[in-house]
Design a protein around this ligand. Structure first.
Ligand code: MG
Length: 351
């Protein structure tokens, strides 16, 4: 008798195995062509009837960590998934699933954080739901937030600027729109959120120097869009920069080359990754975005980012190039390394 097949943790871990799972189970049932950017494009939000629409569930462990809590993630993550489509976030939903006996003081703190972060992002939570389940079904709290975003004049202007330099058939920046020559910018230091959580959870001690970077990036992104020429943006969450760049390379059918020396890292993140044998490029971020921009405007977009608090450590780290397949990296010692998409998640339950 064959063994019954069951879901495993890696099916939800954000890497290649999860992509296979999504194709087999989710797209097989829902992968229709509804929308300008439909579900099947697996982008950060769908675009339908001119509206950006996204949803995300938060299951982070522990609920409170250096630099934030599950509430800061729940607002930032959804705001950022809308923002990277070039959309202006308008409103969010908040769905709470709580276990019987969850401390009300903790709930208060989490919801207060959500209120503060929503204010920071200028979005309102306008609808929601609350469920309480028995302790055996859940330990603590899970939160789901969905969000909608709309077009803006500066998104229209941004697309027009792209069209001055090349043929561009999309009306929104997206994962499939990167082209040869586009410069790749990262908005700040890479790996902070995942390493802060891992270190705090396991008691490695790096968390005194590294905090989660979870924060809404919509205001910073709006400043970059106002310069124009942006073809794609992606928040490098689960699977980190390695996964995000590989998604671009695959969907846009173009190679990407980055230079290790140009990627901004917090020293403590590098030390932690070295000690733990994990690749900082595969670690999830919650407050960093990758931006692809036409080459003529890369320096101006970078300048605009650097003027913001969220983007002051932004850097141009590479470019799209047909000379490479997938994602390659010029290493600090002068070699060339293929950057593979992570198979699973080196640090589970970080968002
Ligand atoms: Mg995303």
């Amino acid at each position: 008798m064959g063994q019954e097949k069951r879901i495993t943790l890696t099916d939800g871990a954000g890497g290649e195995k999860m992509m296979a799972f999504i194709r087999r189970f989710v797209l097989a049932n829902f992968g229709g062509d509804a929308g300008e950017i439909p579900l099947g494009m697996l982008d950060d939000s769908a675009i339908i009837e001119g509206i950006a629409f996204t949803t995300d569930s938060y299951v982070v462990k522990p609920l409170f960590f250096p630099g934030g809590n599950i509430g800061s993630l729940a607002i930032s993550g959804t705001v950022n998934d809308l923002s990277v489509m070039g959309a202006t976030p308008v409103a969010l939903s908040c769905s709470l699933i709580l276990s019987d006996g969850f401390p009300l003081d903790d709930l208060d703190k989490i919801l207060h954080t959500m209120k503060d972060y929503a204010k920071m992002a200028d979005v309102s939570v306008v609808t929601g739901d609350t469920k309480v389940v028995e302790k055996s079904a859940l330990e603590g709290i899970f939160i789901n937030t969905s969000g909608i975003g709309k077009r803006s004049q500066f998104l229209d202007d941004n697309i027009n600027v792209v069209r001055e330099s090349r043929k561009f058939s999309y009306n929104w920046p997206n994962d499939s729109a990167v082209a040869e020559g586009d410069k790749i910018i990262v908005s700040g230091t890479v790996g902070d959120h995942g390493v802060a959580l891992l270190s705090f959870r396991e008691g490695y001690g790096f968390e005194s120097k590294i905090k989660s970077d979870a924060r809404p990036l919509n205001h910073m992104i709006a400043k970059a869009l106002k310069i124009g020429g942006i073809t794609a943006m992606k928040d490098a969450t689960r699977g980190g920069v390695a996964n995000a760049l590989n998604e671009w390379a695959e969907k846009s059918k173009v190679g990407i080359i980055v230079e290790e020396d140009r990627i901004p890292f917090n020293d403590a993140v590098l030390s932690a990754c070295e000690m733990l044998g994990i690749d900082p490029l595969e670690i999830g971020n919650e407050g960093k975005v990758l931006i692809a921009v036409v080459p003529q405007l890369a320096d101006d977009v970078l300048k605009a980012l650097k003027k913001t608090d969220e983007g002051r450590e932004a850097a141009i780290i590479g470019e799209a190039s047909k000379k490479y397949r997938g994602v390659a990296m010029k290493t600090s010692v002068g070699g060339l390394r293929i950057v593979e998409p992570p198979v699973g998640d080196p640090v589970p339950r970080i968002c």
